[in-house]
Structure formats: structure tokens, C-alpha cells
Design a binder for this molecule. Structure first.
Ligand code: SF4
Ligand code: SF4
Length: 475
């Protein structure tokens, strides 16, 4: 028997209509509800830890503050993004692009090494679906009880259970939606404003939108989001190669499959280790059979490993009939960790992390721009000196209020007539009308290069310089 991992398209919602090896998927097939059996085991414990850590961060970070300001705040009206004490403006958009490129290369790199671990352990769809399933199991009971309950006619007990489940789902969804909007609208104000009916209409709309989206995605659509809506499922196989470590069934050990009494040795009955118990299918959140080979529906959650290991323990067989392995290992060949594609993705990932890290570390948290007033090129003032007018714009991107002292240079006896000390609060874009004059004898040409300098040695030592022009009469 071949030990190659065959790639097949299988429609779990309509298995009877699927033909092995078929490339077509019926996108309009009605959904057969999947009753996932809860299983405990090593990989489920890892997911529980990652799930608690990620949910904890998501719900907590919206409430954390630094120096009185939110730790993470996307201030869309002001077009500012506050992150861990730094303020980013639209001109920093390239950093966001850099972060997205890092995420993409990170995903490619990890997929090449370990398949869909992102999907199985950290994807928000997986995290929220597992929480919703956990609630369902607590209220309606295990897989068989849930199937029985769904088939049973309506009764007070059934209605009470279903109502309790949907109310708790909706409360989790509401907390999720509220927290998400809380990253854009300071959450303490949001909660008060929402419940005192003081929030604007958009706040209500977005909280409702994300609440409904969470409720539908994690409560009702579940695996359908992964199967039909997630683009990653479609292109991940491009990143797999025979050295990618993925959840796989070992057919050379498991086949021929067949039932037997407990602790009967496989060779006594001429069978492989698979007792065909179907546990790996019952625990699968996408309803597939891992024994059919690698399928795009597999989200790499490893629940089937936990289920099968449990069966192997009961049968007194070695664990690992389903395990993280590579196609090469299943064929008895050695697996390589470092190979051209892991090296390429890893190199690009390291390069992008360095480039973005260096840019952030050397980023000056302020910007000075100078605009010449366009009304008059120049004018003579009462002292016979020549004046030019400007508007200076200083953006403070740090989390501290800064006091600046302004000076100008580039021409003999050039001076500033307007105030030269000004205070710019955190995140503020300060506009300062400024008038500069020089004696006529300093004018050597009509266009003269000058430099404005704003110095702050207050909270953060900064020196900002910007060039401009001083226009005088033609000589
Ligand atoms: S859980 Fe293991 S033994 Fe049971 S059907 Fe699946 S592969 Fe076979
Ligand atoms: S086949 Fe196994 S790893 Fe894949 S989704 Fe199902 S339970 Fe998870």
C-alpha cells in the first residue's frame, strides 16, 4: 500500500455525493450539522493554554492604560494610532505595511514547517468556536446527548437549554464586539456612553455588527468559515512539501483497519492498528476523516491525535497512529528541517523584522513642517527690515508634552518676531504662525535658503530642523 499523503477534495456536508479524488466542491450543499465530541489530551491542553492567553490579551489590553492613555487606541477621527506609548500618524502607514508583510512571511514560514498550526491553535475563528463549543457542551451535554436533544420534540427543558446556550453565546459575542470597538473608542467611555445612550450611532452600529458576526461565525457557521470563506485554506497546500510536519494518519501501520476485542494484537487477526472506532472523525471540528489523507478542510487542530492516542492507550498499542509527521517520514525517508523554502521565508521574515524594528527604534517622535504664507512674498516693516511670514506645523508623536524653542538661521541678522517658545501636547499637531525679518543688506538674492530649528530638551531631547526659503526684493 502506498504511504503517500493523497490530497483529496471531500465535501463533509454531503459525503455521499463526493467522489474520491473529485476536484469539485458543491458550494450550495446544505450543511449537515457536525456534533463534535469533546476530547481531552496533550494537544487539547496546548490549545486551552493558547486560547486562554489570547482571549485574556484580547479582553485585557483594551482596558490597560499607560500614563493615563489607552495602551492600544486607533483614534480614527484624529487619524492617530497609539500603541504602547508611541503615536503613529498616516505618514507612518508604511510601518503598518511592514507589520502586514511580517505577518504574511511569519505565516508562510510556520506553514512550511508545521502546516496549519495557526488555524488549529491561534486563529480567532478557532479560538471563538472552541469557546462556543465548550459552552454548548456544558449546557446541552456530550455529543450523543446533543444529537438526542436536537431530534427530541420541543419541551420546557429543551427550550430552557437552547435559550441558555444562545444567551451565553450572545453575551460572549457582545463582550467581543464591545472590546473590538473599544480599541477604536476608549473602552471606559464606550461602556458608559453605550449604557447611558450617549454614544454616537456608529458606536452602536459597530458593536452590534461585531456581536452578530461573532455569534454567527462561532455559533452557527463554525467550520463553514474555514471551508468556504477563508482564503488561507485554499492556498496553504502550495506551501506544503514532503518535509512539512502535519497531522497525518499512518496507513502503513493502521491498515487494514478493522474491529477487534480489546488488547487483541493486530497480527493475531491479520489487521493493522486502526480498530475503525471512528473516534478521530467524531472529534473532528470539520467533520472529516483524517484516514482519507491530507484534505484542505483539515485545520490542523490535532484533536484526532488526542482521540486516537486515547484509543491506542486503551488497546495497549503504541501511540502515534495519527501524529505530527511528514510525508517523507511516512515513506521511511529522512525529513529535512532546513530547505530552500524554509530558508527563503525565514530570511525574508528576519529581514523584515530587522527593517521594521530598526525603523521604529530610530524613529523621531516628532515632525516639523514649514509652509510659507502665499499671500505676500515679502514686506517692509516699520523698522525698514524685510519680513516673510510662515506657518510652522509641529506634530508631537510621543506620549509626553514637549516644550520647544524655535530658532532660524541661514542669513545675516535673521530673527524671529513672533513667540519662539511653545508647548505641544502628546499627539497634538500644533500650528504656529511665525514672522521672520532681516535687514535689507542681508539680501543677496531674491530666494535665500534658511533653516528653522525647534529644540526640546524637556521630557525627550529632540532637535528638529526644516529648510525653507526667505524671499526678498531682487538686487
Ligand atoms: S481513532 Fe485511531 S483507531 Fe479509531 S478509527 Fe481513528 S485512526 Fe482508527
Ligand atoms: S482531521 Fe484531525 S487535525 Fe484535521 S481538523 Fe480534523 S481533528 Fe483537526
Amino acid at each position: 500500500m502506498s504511504t503517500k499523503i493523497p490530497v483529496q477534495q471531500i465535501d463533509p456536508a454531503n459525503e455521499s455525493s463526493s467522489k474520491k479524488g473529485s476536484e469539485s466542491v458543491d458550494l450550495y450543499a446544505s450543511r449537515n450539522k457536525i456534533y463534535v465530541k469533546e476530547i481531552k489530551g496533550f494537544f487539547q491542553r496546548i490549545r486551552t493554554f493558547s486560547l486562554l492567553a489570547l482571549m485574556g490579551m484580547y479582553f485585557l489590553f483594551a482596558w490597560l492604560t499607560l500614563n493615563g492613555d489607552p495602551l492600544i487606541h486607533f483614534d480614527l477621527p484624529a487619524r492617530e494610532f497609539h500603541l504602547y506609548g508611541a503615536t503613529f500618524f498616516p505618514k507612518d502607514f508604511f510601518l503598518l505595511s511592514g507589520m502586514l508583510i511580517i505577518s504574511a512571511f511569519g505565516l508562510f514560514f510556520i506553514t512550511t514547517l508545521l502546516g496549519r498550526v495557526w488555524c488549529g491553535y491561534t486563529c480567532p475563528q478557532t479560538v471563538w468556536t472552541f469557546i462556543f463549543m465548550w459552552v454548548e457542551e456544558r449546557i446541552e451535554g456530550g455529543r450523543n446527548k446533543r444529537m438526542k436533544l436536537d431530534k427530541a420534540p420541543n419541551s420546557p427543558s429543551k427550550v430552557a437549554k437552547k435559550t441558555a446556550k444562545h444567551v451565553i453565546w450572545l453575551l460572549i459575542a457582545l463582550a467581543t464586539g464591545l472590546t473590538f470597538v473599544g480599541y477604536f473608542y476608549p473602552i471606559r467611555e464606550l461602556v458608559v456612553d453605550l449604557f447611558t445612550l450617549q454614544a454616537n450611532g456608529w458606536a452602536y452600529f459597530w458593536v452590534a455588527f461585531f456581536t452578530i458576526a461573532t455569534y454567527l461565525n462561532a455559533g452557527w457557521m463554525r467550520e463553514q468559515v474555514c471551508l468556504y470563506m477563508c482564503p488561507y485554506a485554499r492556498f496553504q497546500s502550495v506551501m506544503f512539501d514532503p518535509n512539512t510536519r502535519i497531522v497525518s494518519y499512518d496507513p502503513s501501520r493502521g491498515e487494514p483497519r478493522g474491529g477487534r476485542r480489546k488488547e487483541v494484537k493486530p497480527d493475531e487477526v491479520g489487521l493493522g492498528d486502526c480498530i475503525d472506532c471512528g473516534q478521530c472523525v467524531e472529534v473532528c471540528p470539520t467533520g472529516i476523516d483524517i484516514r482519507d489523507g491530507l484534505q484542505y478542510e483539515c485545520i490542523g487542530c490535532a484533536l484526532c491525535i488526542d482521540a486516537c492516542d486515547d484509543i491506542m492507550d486503551k488497546m495497549n498499542y503504541p501511540r502515534g497512529l495519527i501524529r505530527y509527521t511528514t510525508e517523507n517520514e511516512l515513506e521511511g525517508k529522512p525529513s529535512k528541517l532546513l530547505r530552500p523554502r524554509t530558508f527563503g521565508y525565514g530570511f525574508m521574515l528576519a529581514l523584515m523584522i530587522f527593517a521594521v524594528g530598526y525603523t521604529v527604534a530610530t524613529r523621531v517622535p516628532a515632525q516639523l513642517d514649514v509652509l510659507r504664507d502665499r499671500g505676500a512674498l515679502f514686506k517692509f516693516n516699520g523698522e525698514g527690515r524685510i519680513e516673510n511670514s510662515y506657518t510652522l506645523k509641529l506634530a508631537n508623536m510621543s506620549e509626553a508634552t514637549q516644550i520647544y524653542t524655535l530658532s532660524v538661521s541661514g542669513m545675516d541678522d535673521i530673527q524671529i518676531l513672533t513667540p519662539t517658545q511653545f508647548t505641544v501636547t502628546s499627539g497634538e499637531k500644533y500650528a504656529l504662525p511665525t514672522v521672520v525679518d532681516v535687514p535689507p543688506e542681508s539680501i543677496t538674492q531674491s530666494n535665500n535658503d534658511i533653516v528653522f530649528k525647534a529644540v526640546s530638551d524637556d521630557k525627550i531631547a529632540l532637535t528638529l530642523e526644516t529648510e525653507s526659503r526667505f524671499v526678498g526684493p531682487t538686487r
